[in-house]
Write a new protein. Structure first.
Ligand code: UT7
Length: 319
């Protein structure tokens, strides 16, 4: 029994916000720096008040439509997010209510930018165990809410959005291998070290990052985990038809592709138009490449993410 992908969907709020737009808003930056260091040209930023569940809902509806099933057919909803609507209930429960599904198991996964790959691996295990038949897996984020707009080293890098997939139990191949790892000792290089206590925000509620440390860590583990899932599935990394790495920085994406021996034109890139949308980045890129016809049935797709924690995860699937 496989967990087979039967639908994808995504949603980006509003119109693109260019690097020039950010500079015009008073951020001490410029298009040339952002493009050369990151490859990012624009990103989408949700209006204040727009939540992850709202973005995730649209992505989910589009994925359900492609799959040709209704929300009532789902028995599992997993949402990867680090920017949930509330402390509780989970964003998954909020999306479940908005979709009108009753009875499915619904919960959030918090593994930051690796969140979608974690959620996918978890849902795949539920399906392979035989306990669940149809899963909705979402990555949804409003990272603009946790950015310090006075910190030019981080605020230009991130964007908002959501992506979703539907998995179904099938005898036809689907997800072939998954892996997930973490190294909590690296929690200090990327975090939002704040909390709510006694009705007040304590600590620092903004995203903080040691960029160069994250960069090095990301390239190493993205290459390692791609090797790992290919090894489990018994193929070479060079044999994958499409590589969808977490979209954080074009230099990380290119270095990973090179390390793995994956041809440049087999790597799906959206970071130039989406920025880093954390848990949403992989399903957004996947949906784009499915809808524009690049990813075809029968092809092998390797998706992988890395983020705060530190966490990293991957899945190799036959589409
Ligand atoms: O989802 C996973 C999380 N994130 C990542 O994967 C990001 C990983 N890291 C990176 O992508 C890169 O490290 C960055 C893009 C964050 C930074 O690139 P870098 O080449 O490592 O630059 P840097 O941090 O060493 O900064 C170099 C210079 C500094 O100026 P000085 O001190 O050399 O004069 C910064 O002040 O660039 C300056 N700088 C900026 N200049 C214009 C930093 N941010 C900006 C900016 N505009 N937005």
């Amino acid at each position: 029994m496989y967990a087979r992908l039967i639908g994808t969907g995504s949603y980006l709020p509003g119109t693109p916000v260019s690097n020039q737009d950010l500079a015009a808003r008073g951020i001490d930056t410029n298009d040339e720096w952002i493009v050369t260091r990151t490859g990012i040209r624009s990103r989408h930023l949700a209006n204040p008040g727009t939540t992850s569940s709202e973005l995730g809902l649209v992505a989910a509806q589009r994925a359900l439509e492609m799959a040709g099933i209704s929300a009532a057919d789902l028995d599992l909803i997993v949402v990867a997010t680090s920017t949930p609507d509330f402390i509780f209930p989970s964003t998954a429960c909020l999306i479940q209510a908005k979709l009108g599904n009753k009875g499915a198991a619904a919960f959030d996964v918090q593994a930051v930018c690796a969140g979608f790959t974690y959620a996918l691996g978890i849902a795949e295990k539920f399906i392979r165990s035989g306990s669940h038949k149809r899963a909705l897996v979402i990555g949804a984020e409003v990272f603009s809410r946790i950015l310090d707009w006075n910190d030019r080293g981080t605020c230009v890098l991130f964007g908002d959005g959501a992506g979703a997939v539907i998995l179904e139990a099938s005898e036809k191949p689907g997800i072939l291998a998954t892996a997930m790892h973490a190294d909590g000792s690296q929690n200090g290089i990327l975090n939002v070290p704040g909390q709510i206590c006694g009705g007040q925000v304590t600590g620092d509620p903004f995203l903080r990052m040691d960029g160069p440390a994250v960069f090095k860590f990301a390239v190493r583990v993205l290459a390692d985990i791609a090797d790992e899932v290919c090894h489990i599935a018994g193929i070479q990394t060079g044999d994958v038809d499409w590589l969808i790495p977490h979209q954080a920085n074009i230099r990380i994406i290119e270095a990973t592709g090179k390390k793995l021996g994956v041809d440049r034109n087999k790597v799906i890139v959206t970071v130039d138009r989406h920025g880093n949308t954390s848990a949403a980045s992989v399903p957004l890129a996947l949906d784009e490449a499915v809808r524009d016809g690049r990813i075809q049935r029968g092809q092998k797709v390797l998706v992988e993410g890395v983020g705060g924690g530190f966490t990293w995860g991957a899945a190799l699937l036959e589409f």
